[in-house]
Every structure is written in structure tokens, then in C-alpha cells.
Design a protein around this ligand. Structure first.
Ligand SMILES: NC(=O)c1ccc[n+]([C@@H]2O[C@H](COP(=O)([O-])OP(=O)(O)OC[C@H]3O[C@@H](n4cnc5c(N)ncnc54)[C@H](OP(=O)(O)O)[C@@H]3O)[C@@H](O)[C@H]2O)c1
Length: 320
């Protein structure tokens, strides 16, 4: 597995890194599903151990994933997995409590809770999980001050900034000056470049993590008909999982990739991950791995796409 240097942090992480949103289990915020159904805790822990055994040593979680459940699962593993071998990232900002997620008291409580649940004295990266800093950016300055205070106190090593929107991260990155940014990117989406974030990353020597490159499993092209998800699963509110024409197109893409890359053990995963990391030397992709077989497959990914293959893969998926 190729390793990448996460920009100015100097952290060396595998180009394929481990996401644990799926380790949260089902969850709702109000009527809004924000979790994942079908979680098996033993399989989820097994996925993490398998990932470590195969060199996937950068793990991403958040206080909000299952309101701490994902962090707890990780914290239970340090007898089996040496803590010092894992680059561990968590996030703060989506657990609102009685106030805003970046209200200072709330942020402090969440930081304390994350360290307790993760059973560690320090996380390697703490992300501000989103770029909604309240009305008139009310909590922006205090959130920046606090995250640096956490760093001075030794609770965290590096500062991260995240959002689904690259444009929002590009807007707030100059104020927050994160060491690492974490944004959504897939073969179907180029906001990372069009928003200007790629330029900011380049000039600031920041590291980058791209999340959901499989669009939560959808892009793998495995669905023959629209799936149904149990309550509390965020995929139930995503219209693309119900788009029959898209599902058929993704199955065709799958066949085309198997024909184009027959020598790669994981042609589909390699193409989807390669499509987001091949043009960005300081980037890794975060893949959700909830079962040992997910981690085994991820460890076999060969994400090196040369410019010709990269262009071919993008055209294939965008040809609809
Ligand atoms: N900062 C943020 O706001 C933010 C937002 C989203 C995600 N993230 C991070 O990025 C990580 C990855 O994103 P993601 O979990 O949305 O999605 P993803 O990597 O796009 O998709 C993960 C899902 O794809 C399926 N899958 C993965 N490997 C597979 C394989 N080898 N064979 C068949 N199916 C496979 C699994 O679905 P099943 O489990 O249903 O089989 C898995 O749960 C998250 O876990 C989280 O750490 C961060």
C-alpha cells in the first residue's frame, strides 16, 4: 500500500485509510436519519483489527458517530492493537447538547469525552467537523482559540477542518489554518478543484482526506434494485439510491472496469479510490469498513491511476 505524507503534519498514512461512521449504528437527529443500520459490533471491531494487521493504520472517527459508540469501539481495542501504531483522528461539532456544537463548554465536554471513550491521552488530529459556526460566525473565533488550547494542553497533535462542501472549507481555511482538511470527493464530483480548495491546500502545505469515495457503497455498482434501509440509516434519505437508471449505469461501469483492469485484485475499489487520490499527492481516501472482508479488500487496493486511466475512469462514470 502506498503511503502519503499528510502535508505539513509529516504524518505518513496509507493512501487508503479507515472510516468508522458506519460503526455508529442507527441514529436520528430529530426526524433526520444520520446513522447506519446493519452494524455488528464484533464485525466492526474485527474490521479494525484486520485493517491494522494489513497496514491500514490511519483511523477516522467522530464524537457524533453513534454519539460516541464508534469511539468506544476503537477504545476497546488497545490490548490488541498498539495505540502508537495508529494515526487516530476524531471530530467535534456535530453533538449539539443544549447549545451549539462549537459553544466552548460543549466543545470542552466533547473533547474530554472523546479522550475518555477512545482511552487515549492524545488524538493525532482533531477536526472541526463542519463549517457552520453559528449566526454571524458567532463561535468561529472561540472554536479556533479552543482547538489551539487543546493542542497546547497536549490533547491533540494537529488541527483539522472538515465539511461536506469543499467551498465552505475553502472559505474558512484561511481563518482556521488547518493542518489537514477533510472533504467529500468521489469520481462524480470535482468541487475540490473548482472551489479553490486544492489551491489553498497546495499553498498551505496542508494534508487532505477525501471521504465517502464509494458514495456510501453506491458507486460499487452492486445494487440491482433500490435497497431499503432500516430506520436511522442516512442512506434512506438519499435519492440516488432510488434512481434505477443510475443503478444500471453503475453496474455497467463495474463491468467496464473489470474489463479495463483485469490484473488488479480490486478493479472497482482501485478505480474509485484512484479517481480521488491520483491527482493529489498529499491525499488519502477514507473508506468505510464495517466488516473484516471490507478491510481485506481495501488492503488490496492499487490506487495508482496514470493520467490516461484517470481520465478514462472519470469519463466512464460521468458519461450518463
Ligand atoms: N467529515 C465528515 O463530515 C465525514 C462525512 C462522511 C464520512 N466521513 C468519514 O469518511 C468515512 C468513509 O465514508 P462513508 O463511510 O460514507 O462511505 P464509503 O467509504 O463511501 O462507503 C462505505 C460503505 O461501502 C460499503 N463497502 C466498503 N467496502 C466494501 C467492499 N469491499 N465490498 C462491498 N461493500 C463495501 C460498505 O457498505 P455496507 O456496510 O452497507 O456493506 C461500507 O459501509 C466515514 O466512515 C467517516 O470516517 C466523514
Amino acid at each position: 500500500m502506498r503511503h502519503v505524507r499528510l502535508g505539513r503534519t509529516g504524518l505518513e498514512v496509507p493512501a487508503v485509510s479507515v472510516g468508522t461512521w458506519g460503526h455508529s449504528g442507527p441514529k436520528r437527529v430529530g426526524r433526520h436519519p444520520v446513522g447506519w443500520s446493519g452494524l455488528d459490533d464484533d464485525a466492526a471491531r474485527g474490521a479494525l483489527v484486520t485493517a491494522w494487521q494489513r497496514g491500514l493504520t490511519h483511523w477516522d472517527t467522530a464524537d457524533a458517530y453513534g454519539s460516541g459508540h464508534s469511539e468506544r469501539l476503537i477504545g476497546e481495542l488497545w490490548d490488541e492493537v498498539p495505540r502508537e501504531e495508529i494515526v487516530l483522528a476524531t471530530k467535534v461539532g456535530w453533538e449539539f447538547g443544549r447549545s451549539h456544537g462549537y459553544e466552548p463548554g460543549q466543545m470542552r465536554a466533547q473533547m474530554e469525552g472523546s479522550l475518555e471513550r477512545l482511552r487515549t491521552s492524545q488524538v493525532d488530529i482533531l477536526y472541526l467537523h463542519h463549517c457552520d459556526f453559528g449566526p454571524d460566525d458567532r463561535y468561529l473565533e472561540s472554536a479556533i482559540a479552543l482547538i489551539h488550547e487543546f493542542r497546547t494542553a497536549g490533547h491533540i497533535r494537529w488541527v483539522g477542518l472538515s465539511d461536506w462542501s469543499s467551498a465552505k472549507v475553502a472559505r474558512y481555511a484561511p481563518s482556521v489554518d488547518p493542518d489537514v482538511v477533510q472533504v467529500y470527493r468521489s469520481v462524480l464530483d470535482d468541487a475540490y478543484h473548482s472551489s479553490g480548495l486544492a489551491d489553498w491546500v497546495f499553498h498551505s502545505s496542508a494534508g487532505v482526506c477525501f471521504f465517502s469515495p464509494l458514495q456510501h457503497g453506491l458507486l460499487l455498482g452492486g445494487y440491482v434494485s433500490p435497497p431499503t434501509f432500516e430506520p436511522g440509516d442516512h442512506r434512506s434519505r438519499r435519492p440516488e439510491f432510488r434512481d434505477r437508471a443510475l443503478l444500471a449505469h453503475l453496474r455497467e461501469c463495474r463491468h467496464a472496469l473489470e474489463g479495463r483492469f483485469p490484473e488488479r485484485p480490486q478493479p472497482i475499489l482501485s478505480a474509485l479510490v484512484g479517481a480521488v487520490v491520483s491527482d493529489e499527492p498529499a491525499a488519502c481516501a477514507l473508506l468505510g469498513m464495517r466488516r473484516p472482508e471490507h478491510a481485506r479488500a481495501a488492503a488490496e487496493i492499487d490506487a495508482e491511476l496514470d493520467p490516461r486511466d484517470l481520465e478514462w475512469v472519470r469519463k466512464l462514470y460521468r458519461s450518463r
